[in-house]
Write a protein that binds this ligand. Sequence first.
Ligand SMILES: *Cc1c(COP(=O)(O)O)cnc(C)c1O
Length: 365
Amino acid sequence: MEKIPCLDLKQQNKQVKAEIFELFEKVFENTAFSGGTFVQEFEQNFAQYTSTQYAIGVSNGTIALHLAMLALNIGQGDEVIIPANTFIATAWGVSHAGATPVFIDCTADTWEIDANKIEEKITPKTKAIIGVHLYGQPFDVDAVKAICDKHNLFLIEDAAQAQGARYKGKNVGGLAEMACFSFYPGKNLGACGEAGGITTNNEDYLKRIHSLRNHGMTVRYYHDEIGYNYRMGGLEGASLTVKLRYLEDWNNRRRAIAKRYLSEIKNEKIKMQTQPDFADSVFHLFVVTTEDKDGFCQYLNDNNIIPAFHYPVPCHLQKAYTHLGYKVGDFPNAEYLAAHCVSLPMFAELTDEQVNYVIEAINNY
Ligand SMILES: *Cc1c(COP(=O)(O)O)cnc(C)c1O
C-alpha cells in the first residue's frame, strides 16, 4: 500500500479546478478582488446553508473570532471561558480584543467543553463562553446555553472545524449569538487561500462587523471608529461558492468512513471520541487516543499510515499563555488527550480499499 496521509487535498482540487477557474475568469473580468460580488454571493449561499439570516466573509477564522468579540464589546478587563483542548486560535480572538481567556477542562469521553466545570470559573468579569465543535462534532450547546442564560453571558460557537454539522437536527452556525468559521484550505470547506466567516441572526452584529472589517466605515472615507481591514478576497469567495456545492457529498463520505472506523476498529488499546445522540459530526478529524502513543505511531508509520496530532499541547500550557499562571495538572482530561491523541487518515477521497487497510492495520496492532 502506498503511503496514506492524514489529509490529501490534491484529488479534491482536481475535482473542482475547472469550475473554480471558470469563476476566477469572472473575478478577473470584474476586477472584484477585494470583497465585492463574489464574496456577497458566497455570503448568501453560506447563510442559506447554515440556516442563518446573515453570513459575513472575512480574511480568516482567527479574525472571525476577533470580530465576534469586538461586536459584543468584549475587551480589556473582561474574561471569556473557552476549552483548554482546542486549536489555539479560539483563544487568540479573545486575546486580540484585549480580554483574558479562561480555560476549562473537557469531558473524559466526548473531549468537548465540560458544562459541569463552567460555573466554578465564572466571575463578575466573565462576559462570554466560546464552545468549540471539536473535530467537527457539536458540543452540548443546550447545556452550555443554560449556564449562559442563568449568568447573563454570551455564547459563541467556534465552528471552524464543523461546516455542515448538526446539533439535535439543527445546523451549527445559528445555535448561539454568533458562530465563527474558518475556510483555511485544510478545513472541511476550504478556500483557495485564507478565509473565514461569521454567521448570525442578529442585524446589529451584522452592521457592526460590516463596519469593523472595512476600516470602521459605513460611508466611504468617513470612519466612525478605529477599524480593520479584515475583508475576504474575491478569489477566495469564488472558490468557496463552487466548493460549497460539493460540501454535503464530501461530509457524507467522511461520515461513512467514520462510521466504519467506529464500528470496525476493534482494539482495546484504541479509544475513540464518544458520539452523543445529539451530535451529527462532520468528522473534520478522526482522533483516537492510545496509552503508548509513540509505539502506536511507529507502528502506523511502519505500515505506511502517516498520523498527525491535534493538538500536542493544550492551550493553558502554551508558552504564549505562561503569564496566566496555569500549571500541569490543572485540566487532566485535556492534558491526557494532548499526550495521547493520534489523528487517523480522514478525507472524502479515501478509497474503500484504503479504509479497509487502515482498519485492518489498527486491528492487528
Ligand atoms: C482553524 C481554526 C481556527 C482558526 O482559523 P484560521 O482560518 O486558521 O485563522 C479557529 N478555531 C479552530 C477550532 C480552528 O480549528
